[in-house]
Design a binder for this molecule. Structure first.
Ligand code: UGA
Length: 443
């Protein structure tokens, strides 16, 4: 069993630490935010990630939390770097936190390996290697070991990964890192450092491409009367294509896709290549987030003073993360149109996020008096939204389903006007009073 250090107590760092401890290792987690370390020491988990709290509690004896880098690396064999790499104004990844770890890495004995898990541009490993050498830390090995865990299922993804990718300059380092994953249920692939760095960026870009692709198909479905849910089902059965990441909706968000798409776009541009396809993938997503506005206008006319219930703020279900969430774009567009927002999310505290919106503790409260309810996050709690109680609470029984969570026929039979994303629109869905109430729309 190894002695491991993890720099960064965010989503990636805490999941990495908890899972490595679960595998029997001694793990020291270091972060620079005192409040975070304090809470972790007290057994509190500062983020919501299913299974994480239990895993940290179960392995408490093998985990320590500290603000002190020297203490964290004492006797260490592996140093995982799990700090965030947010986008700079230019779109490039901000590596300042990675450099802080590398530049301030205390003197260490033995032959520890620095393992970069954070998502970084291709070429970063070579630069880190050079800086370690300049600092006289030639005895410190280096490996790139990108993380592929998705929020909401990160623990499961870590312990049962599709693959573990390890890029190293020295095959011995690669072997030692591979040993750490010996009891993890998934294949380990070893390669050179730049390729490992690119696997991460390419995988995320491919997933985003699939989503933007199905969203464009959805938009064509809307124009032609096809149903994207059935289309995705039919397409996904081709084993060469597969069923994953073909859910049409309000577009992708989160802490990874938006920043990684920009980072790859800028990486290509900085190297003199115009990544045309990726640019289109990003643009399609920007437009997709706004499509709900057009749907609402079609039903309600002008949105000024309309009461709109936004159901779900997190960028996807199973997480409290709202970074680059489509809900935020939607909310600001709706407010710009003069609508009044009533927001509900089972985990996210909307108070600070959207100060101008009315925060609602329950779905019922959110839809009370609403002219429309918009499903923004595919929360389980919304699956039975189309029930009489909800219909009676609403001023107009209109559901815009940004995640295709509901069954259109059942929803219509329950007395709602319904519009999904890329699904046939029924003439019955246009609320009859809309045209009379908003004659200016015709002009
Ligand atoms: C993503 C990748 O799935 C992980 O493999 C990767 O490790 C991670 O980024 C990262 O780079 O750290 P994550 O951002 O947590 O994970 O979430 P996903 O489940 O991939 O969803 C991303 C976005 O795509 C969400 O907004 C989701 O709603 C949207 N999505 C996903 C769709 O709109 N349609 C789909 O079919 C699938």
């Amino acid at each position: 069993m190894a002695r491991i250090t993890v720099f960064g107590a965010g989503y990636v760092g805490l999941v990495t630490a908890a899972c490595l401890a679960e595998l029997g290792n001694e793990v020291a987690v270091r972060d620079v935010v005192p409040a975070k370390i304090e809470r972790l020491r007290g057994g509190e988990v500062p983020i919501f990630e299913p299974g994480l709290e239990e895993l940290l509690a179960k392995n408490r004896e093998r985990l320590t939390f500290t603000l002190d880098a020297a203490e964290a690396v004492e006797g260490t064999e592996f140093i995982f770097v799990c700090v965030d790499t947010p986008p700079l104004y230019s779109g490039d990844a901000d590596l300042s936190r990675v450099w802080t770890v590398v530049d301030e890495l205390p003197r260490v004995n033995g032959n520890p390996i620095l393992i970069l898990k954070s998502t970084v541009p291709v070429g970063t490993g070579e630069k880190v290697r050079a800086v370690l050498d300049q600092r006289g830390l030639t005895h410190v090995g280096y490996a790139s070991n990108p993380e592929f865990t998705a929020e909401g299922r990160a623990v499961q993804d870590f312990l049962h990964p599709d693959r573990v990718v390890i890029g190293a300059f020295d095959p011995t380092d690669a072997e030692r890192v591979a040993e750490l994953y010996a009891n993890v249920d998934g294949p380990v692939v070893q390669m050179d450092v730049p390729s490992a760095e690119m696997v991460k960026l390419a995988s995320n870009a491919f997933l985003m491409t699939r989503i933007s692709f199905i969203n464009e198909i959805a938009n064509v479905c809307e124009a032609t009367g096809a149903d994207v849910v059935r289309v995705a089902e039919g397409v996904g059965l081709d084993h060469r294509l597969g069923p994953h990441f073909l859910r049409a909706g309000v577009g992708w968000g989160g802490s990874c896709f938006p920043k990684d798409s920009l980072a790859l776009k800028q990486l290509a541009a900085n190297s003199g290549y115009h990544f045309q396809l990726l640019n289109a993938v990003i643009e399609v997503n920007e437009l997709q987030k706004r499509r709900v506005i057009g749907k609402l206008q079609r039903h309600l006319g002008r949105l000024r003073d309309k009461e709109i219930a936004l159901l779900g703020l997190a960028f996807k279900a199973g997480t409290d993360d709202t970074r680059e969430a489509p809900s935020l774009v939607l909310a600001s567009r709706l407010m710009a149109e003069g609508a009044n927002l009533r927001v509900w999310d089972p985990i996210v505290d909307g108070e600070q996020l959207l100060p101008q919106a009315t925060k609602c503790a329950t779905v019922q409260e959110a839809v009370r008096g609403a002219d429309a309810a918009v499903i923004v996050t595919e929360w389980r709690e919304l699956r039975d939204l189309a029930r009489p109680e909800i219909r009676e609470l609403m001023a107009r029984p209109l559901i815009i389903d940004g995640r295709n969570l509901l069954d259109p026929n059942e929803t219509r039979s329950a007395g709602f006007a319904y519009e999904g994303m890329g699904r046939p629109v029924s003439l019955m869905d246009v609320l009859p009073e809309t045209a009379e109430r908003e004659p200016e729309l015709e002009a």
